[in-house]
Structure formats: structure tokens, C-alpha cells
Design a protein around this ligand. Structure first.
Ligand code: ADP
Ligand code: MG
Length: 251
């Protein structure tokens, strides 16, 4: 049987890019890399991913240009859009089991977690994943709690080989290319010392991350039905992030 890799997107802070990057990774992996993807949206307060899927469907339904694009994509990738299911953190495990029963050939399931770690079931969901992917921004207080949470969980795993979680993978998001690298260098040293793994790929701060499908037909970047168009992929570092991730988690 195929091994499906389970990856949760987690960070206590809102607005660091958990949901946007979940969507971008899912779409790139599913429509460009042709992996079989599913998303479990556990952010009970916002449900950003499943809301986006609903908006995307409505917009495509009303726009001939996107309908056509959908046909072209269908001919190219020959598969349906990936499944997005709503859940709570506590129910995530059973939703994942249902997904796997219905589609045993899934390569990866991405789980978008809520900001609050205290919400019921978050800890249990996290340790039952294969990896936790954490977008980070250089905010001292958030970094401190993010790092101490990861260190505590990794300590907890020691001597418990039956727990699925293998590692936390951090990556910098919203990086202002013009800003000083000093703060990043300082964190790099601290995280190295704590044995926390930071991916090499850095996602830049870029307006394109906000661009959705629209009836006005403006360029879009983030969609659950399409991968980002080639023109906007360049310089977004999404393909680089996907390649590094695939290599790291052996996908
Ligand atoms: N690299 C980026 N550059 C610019 N804006 C970004 C970037 N990543 C995310 N954003 C924006 O930041 C906001 C919050 O992102 P979101 O994914 O909802 O965060 P979270 O799920 O962690 O709360 C959104 O408006 C999103 O488009
Ligand atoms: Mg979110």
C-alpha cells in the first residue's frame, strides 16, 4: 500500500501564511507535480481553505475564461480538483482515516491548523502527523513561543518510537528582501543550537499572495482549482519550496 505523508501547517500566530501556503503547496503539488493531494481544514474559526474553495467554484462557474482554463487543465492533468474537508483539530485523525479509505492512493494530506495550540486536540493531531510545517516571521515573542513549543514536543517524542511525528520543518515567510539579514542570521544560529530544522527556501513578501480568482479576470496567484500561473510563479519561490519539501519528506 502507498504511504501517505501527513503534514500539518502550524504556528500559534495568525497571519503568518499558514492557510495561503497550504493552498499554494496543495495546488502546486496536485496540478503541477501531479501528486494526489487532500486538504483537511481544521481552523474552526476561519476555515480559510474551504471558504476559498467555495469562492473559487462560484467564480469559475460565472466566468467563461476560467471555465476554459479548467478544460485545458483537465486535458493536461486528467484528474479532479483535490478534496478539501472541514474538521476540528480533535476530529482530524478520523477525517484523515475517512479520506484514506475513500482514496488510498493519496500521496500527501495537508492539515491547516488553527492558531491556538490550546484548542482541543491540537497536540494529539500534531504528534500523529509525519511532519509539522511552520511558517515563521521574525517576531520575537512569537518566535520564542514557537521554538519552545517545538522543542518541548521534540523532547516529548524521545524514546517513543511509536509516535508518527518525525520533525518540525520551519520556513521563513514574508521576507522583505531589502531588510537587514541580521535578525535572520541571529535566529539561524539559535535554531541550529536547538536542533530545529529550517528549510533553505525563503518566501518573499509579495503582493501576489493576495491575488485570487476574480470575475474581473485580473491575474490570480492563489487558487484551490489552479496552480499559480507560470508568470507569477517566477520569483515566488513556491516551486523551490515544493522541491525542497518533497526531497526532505521523501515525497
Ligand atoms: N509571502 C507573502 N507575502 C505577502 N503576503 C502574504 C504572504 N504570505 C501570506 N500573505 C498574506 O498574509 C495574510 C495572512 O495569511 P494567512 O495565510 O491567512 O495566514 P494564517 O493562516 O497563518 O492566519 C493573507 O492576506 C495572505 O495573503
Ligand atoms: Mg489561516
Amino acid at each position: 500500500m502507498k504511504q501517505t505523508v501527513l503534514v500539518a501547517m502550524s504556528n500559534q500566530k495568525g497571519g503568518v501564511g499558514k492557510s495561503s501556503v497550504t493552498i499554494l503547496l496543495a495546488s502546486y503539488l496536485h496540478y503541477v507535480k501531479r501528486k494526489n493531494v487532500a486538504v483537511v481544514d481544521c481552523d474552526t474559526l476561519q476555515h480559510s481553505v474551504s471558504h476559498m474553495r467555495k469562492r473559487d467554484m462560484q467564480t469559475v462557474e460565472k466566468t467563461d475564461e476560467y471555465k476554459q482554463l479548467m478544460m485545458v487543465q483537465w486535458e493536461k492533468v486528467e484528474k479532479k480538483a483535490y478534496t478539501v474537508v472541514d474538521s476540528t483539530p480533535a476530529e482530524a485523525r478520523s477525517k484523515i482515516s475517512e479520506l484514506l479509505e475513500a482514496s488510498p492512493d493519496l500521496d500527501i494530506i495537508l492539515v491547516d491548523l488553527p492558531g491556538s495550540l490550546s484548542s482541543e486536540g491540537v497536540f494529539k493531531t500534531i504528534i500523529n502527523m509525519d511532519y509539522v510545517l511552520t511558517p515563521i516571521v521574525p517576531d520575537r515573542i512569537v518566535m520564542q513561543s514557537t521554538m519552545s513549543f517545538a522543542t518541548a514536543v521534540l523532547d516529548y517524542l524521545k524514546g517513543k518510537p511509536d509516535i508518527p511525528l518525525k520533525d518540525f520543518l520551519f520556513f521563513w515567510n514574508k521576507v522583505d528582501k531589502r531588510a537587514s539579514t541580521e535578525v535572520y542570521d541571529t535566529y539561524r544560529k539559535i535554531m541550529e543550537r536547538l536542533n530545529l530544522k529550517v528549510l533553505k527556501t525563503v518566501l518573499p513578501e509579495s503582493r501576489r499572495f493576495d491575488k485570487e480568482l476574480s470575475m474581473k479576470g485580473k491575474p490570480f496567484f492563489r487558487s484551490t482549482l489552479f496552480p499559480p500561473p507560470q508568470k507569477l510563479l517566477k520569483g515566488s519561490f513556491i516551486p523551490e519550496l515544493v522541491e525542497e519539501l518533497c526531497e526532505t519528506i521523501k515525497l
